[in-house]
Design a binder for this molecule. Structure first.
Ligand SMILES: [Zn+2]
Length: 414
């Protein structure tokens, strides 16, 4: 807990003193969209390696996604993750469950500690037929009954599947074919459909990794609804595929420069609520495929988010205040982490000391994550986490883990 904040020297004794001259003390960052994997996908990432990456990246709390093996679709699965995480977390972790249509199962997951429920409209994880309005309505009703937050991957799975089948049949398997198969319209129509339904059922909704300005405007017109954008959708456009090929594939895909600029404008103006990395580690083998439709989707982001965004602060493209809101105070509000997101006496002692002058270059081979690739590879950046403090314990210092696993499993307070 943060005991005291003072401009004058604090006389209380301390186990550890940090000379933070020239550093900025910010609330520990919260990443609402992270795939820590572990369990049977430990070859991609584990609770240790994922939270190492979080801590050195300045994140003190991350929310884990349920599309694991086995998937997080039951009370037992939530409890299994919580028990396996004990003593292995270098940042705080909240576990998202998968949205299911059975109200008892949903309530049991919530009571076991699930912090939110993920809905995959792209059908990456199917617990019911989400293209069927009545089944989706049942699931949203269940979420409403247990006062749960529904996080949404908003792309129409049927539309993507038919685009993929059409392309495969015609031998269209290049990266460009994959990009053309994931149209902006597939995202915007999914956002429109789900927000009409969450509004009808009175459910708190959060749209994940939004990429299209029109979709953001739909979010802004819907009460009790928020959205996130990733650093790669905010700062990269499709020219990245020339260098990176399938390595930069993610869903929704990185868009054209026009969409990227529009998204950035809305994010910097606070119309996109929060930043989330969608840290999605895979092996290099899984990422490289001659058939782009077969390459694993997702890029790691925990170790690049702060440097690439802080660089934009340095260049006055976004204010520091906006960055703090998007990475700490607003995600804490959305996910009801009432003791986090702000540096205030009585709040959890999750702090990142940022070196605003540090000049670094993104070097994936130095990542602590198991996924040693990045669409930001080689990018020169200004600013990095110098010290990361989790629950009062110094865990990371300038790219290295220096402390014990002080992270805890977190749940919503409401
Ligand atoms: Zn994801």
């Amino acid at each position: 807990m943060i005991k005291r904040i003072s401009k004058l020297s604090i006389a209380d004794t301390a186990d550890l003193k940090i000379n933070a001259a020239g550093l900025l003390a910010l609330p520990g960052m919260i990443d609402a969209h992270v795939h820590l994997r572990d369990l049977e996908l430990s070859y991609k990432e584990t609770f240790e390696t994922g939270t190492w990456a979080a801590a050195v990246g300045g994140f003190t709390t991350v929310l884990d996604m349920p599309n694991t093996r086995p998937p997080t679709t039951s009370r037992e699965a939530v409890l299994e993750k919580i028990s396996r995480a004990q003593g292995r977390l270098f940042a705080n972790v909240g576990f998202q469950g998968a949205l299911v249509a059975n109200p008892t199962a949903l309530r049991d997951m919530r009571n076991a500690g699930a912090i939110a429920f993920k809905l995959y409209l792209n059908k990456a994880l199917e617990t019911f037929d989400s293209s069927d309005d009545s089944e989706l309505g049942q699931a949203l009703q269940a979420a409403k009954e247990c006062n749960a937050i529904v996080t949404v991957h908003a792309e129409d799975g049927n539309a993507i599947r038919s685009a993929q089948e059409r392309c495969m049949a015609q031998g269209k398997t290049k990266v460009g074919d994959f990009l053309r198969g994931h149209t902006p319209a597939i995202e915007v129509s999914a956002v429109r459909r789900i927000l009409a339904m969450t509004r009808q059922f009175g459910v708190q909704a959060h749209v994940c990794h939004i990429t299209i300005p029109d979709a953001v405007r739909l979010v802004r017109r819907t009460p009790n609804t928020t959205c996130e954008a990733t650093p790669h959708h905010l700062l990269l456009s499709q020219s990245i595929f020339k260098k990176q090929k399938t390595l930069a594939i993610c869903v929704p895909p990185i868009r054209s420069e026009r969409y990227m600029r529009g998204l950035w404008r809305l994010f910097s103006a606070g119309q996109v609520d929060i930043l989330a990395s969608d840290h999605a580690p895979h092996t290099l083998d899984e990422k490289t495929a001659t058939n782009a439709w077969k390459a694993a989707s997702g890029v790691p982001g925990l170790e690049t988010s702060l440097p690439v965004l802080f660089t934009q602060v340095s260049h006055c493209k976004i204010t520091l205040r906006r960055l703090i809101e998007a990475t700490a105070s607003i995600p804490a509000k959305i996910f009801r982490l009432t003791q986090k997101g702000v540096l205030r006496e009585g709040f959890d002692a999750d702090v990142v000391l940022v070196d605003p002058k540090a000049k670094i270059r993104i070097q994936p081979n130095e990542f602590l994550s198991k996924a040693k690739y990045s669409p930001f590879k080689g990018m020169p950046c200004i600013g990095r986490a110098a010290y990361t403090i989790v629950n009062g314990t110094l865990v990371a210092e300038r790219g290295k883990i220096v402390g014990r696993p002080a992270g805890k499993v977190v749940t919503s307070d409401a």
